[in-house]
Design a protein around this ligand. Structure first.
Ligand code: KG4
Ligand code: ZN
Length: 352
């Protein structure tokens, strides 16, 4: 294996067209072209056909910009990493076809990469310049989170509790039996008349509300296993809203706060039980919902109580991005765990 190597990473699994350049495990550039507000907001969700078409127009300019910002030429690249799944088939295909064409033209390997592994590796991201003196203040050197770890991956498509014993060594110990946590945020946000994607909007509105004002269910909180369920919460909010002819802003804010509290309570309660059982050295967060203020705070408090490390990615690495895909590929290359054989999009890919 080469010592130093440069990866171009491409991510198109949902509605973000993203590209990043990773050099020796450091993020040199990270470009994201989001379609959410411009294209999907008016439909209240991602429209696969529109997403795929938009990826087609955005992918080459996004790659170009990532290379330019990294001052890297195509000929400097050693590998291309691309998201293989899970995600929307037609969106994944755009990234994969582009990666393949570039890989063939440059005669370099193309590495299919798991999106969920990417969300995990957001916790291992080092940015260029980390540890060097910047201005007067010295940044703390980045040290890798110790393993074994428990990872809570919470996004629009997934709610997973994963045990990670080593690089590339994962075991799913819990997942959702119905809606993902982000999906619950988005659907309830929609009921409250907030825009799409609703998670962030709901959390902003929650700041003005009282989480104790409504007694919402915490589905499966005492189920004795690590499975999650959020569809009952969604129904409870719907029934609560139906009691009001015209809910006031105060009621909406209170419901937003109570919803956020219920979702975070369940996530933290399950994680707490999992820490007791699996005794990790680190707990890590990943996925778009990891951008949630309350979750980040409670996650940190939980880790302090157990005196273990809480690893929480910077906001830009929580939602979908290509840097995390490049980093997952970086570790696979370093650990000689790559496969470059012919591959295709896997919309239902899971973690193994
Ligand atoms: O990881 P991601 O970008 O895409 C998927 O792989 O699904 O996650 C997007 C999800 C959306 O459901 C969005 O509403 C949610 O992350 N999200 C949030 C926040 N920011 C994004 N949910 C709660 N609070 C936030 N601040
Ligand atoms: Zn994601």
């Amino acid at each position: 294996m080469k010592k130093g190597f440069t990866i171009l990473a491409i991510e198109t699994s949902c509605d973000e067209t993203a590209a990043a350049v990773i050099q020796d495990g450091k993020i040199i550039s990270n470009v994201i072209a989001s379609q959410a507000l411009k294209l999907h907001a008016k439909f209240g969700g991602v429209v696969p056909e529109i997403a795929a078409r938009s990826h087609i127009t955005a992918i080459l300019p996004t790659i170009d910009l990532a290379l330019k910002q990294a001052q890297t030429k195509l000929s400097d690249l050693d590998y291309i990493a691309v998201t293989q799944g899970p995600g929307l088939a037609t969106s994944l295909m755009v990234g994969i076809d582009t990666a393949r064409a570039l890989g063939a033209a440059l005669n370099i390997p193309v590495l299919p990469t798991n999106h969920l592994e990417g969300h995990i590796y957001a916790n291992f991201i080092r940015e260029e310049g980390g540890g060097k003196t910047k201005g007067k203040r010295k940044r703390a050197p980045f040290s890798l989170p110790p393993l074994p770890a428990l990872i809570l991956t919470v996004s629009g498509g997934h709610t997973l509790l994963v045990e990670m014993k080593g690089h590339g060594n994962y075991r799913i110990i819990g997942e959702t039996v119905d809606d993902a946590a982000g999906e619950a945020f988005d659907k309830i946000a929609r009921m409250l008349g907030l825009g799409y994607p609703g998670g962030l909007q709901l959390s902003l509105l929650a700041r003005k509300g009282d989480p104790e004002s409504f007694d919402l269910p915490r589905p499966m909180i005492n189920s004795g296993n690590f499975q999650f369920s959020f569809s009952g919460l969604k129904t409870a909010v719907l029934y609560t809203l139906q009691k009001y002819k015209k809910p006031t802003n105060k009621i909406k804010a209170d419901l937003a706060a109570a919803t956020q509290q219920a979702i975070v309570d369940v996530l933290i309660a399950k994680l707490e039980k999992a820490i007791e059982r699996y005794k990790p050295k680190t707990i890590m967060l990943g996925g778009g919902v990891a951008a949630n203020d309350l979750l980040r705070k409670r996650f940190q408090i939980l880790a302090s109580r157990f005196q273990i490390l809480a690893s929480i990615p910077k906001l830009e690495y929580c939602t979908d991005n290509a840097a995390m895909i490049g980093l997952a590929a970086h570790y696979r290359i370093r650990n000689n765990k790559i496969q470059t054989k012919n591959f295709s999009a896997k919309p239902d890919l899971t973690l193994k």
